[in-house]
Write a protein that binds this ligand. Structure first.
Ligand SMILES: [Zn+2]
Length: 65
């Protein structure tokens, strides 16, 4: 399917970002973990995972076509 690791999770702030969706996903801190999918991130840190508001907005926009 050609899936890339496009999710960036900051384990320190518990914030999940999508590559290229916001400025935070461009300058990555040390505590960043990479995931292929949102589900993978959830599996890693469960309910602690919070998708970045900016990234979420972008992702929603892409789903809606
Ligand atoms: Zn973000």
């Amino acid at each position: 399917m050609g899936v890339e690791k496009k999710y960036f999770y900051n384990a320190k702030t518990h914030r999940l970002h999508i590559k290229g969706c916001c400025r935070f996903s461009e300058s990555l801190p040390y505590n960043t973990v990479f995931f292929d999918t949102y589900d993978d991130a959830l599996a890693y840190d469960g309910r602690s995972v919070g998708l970045c508001k900016i990234c979420k907005k972008k992702a929603d926009g892409e789903h809606r076509q």
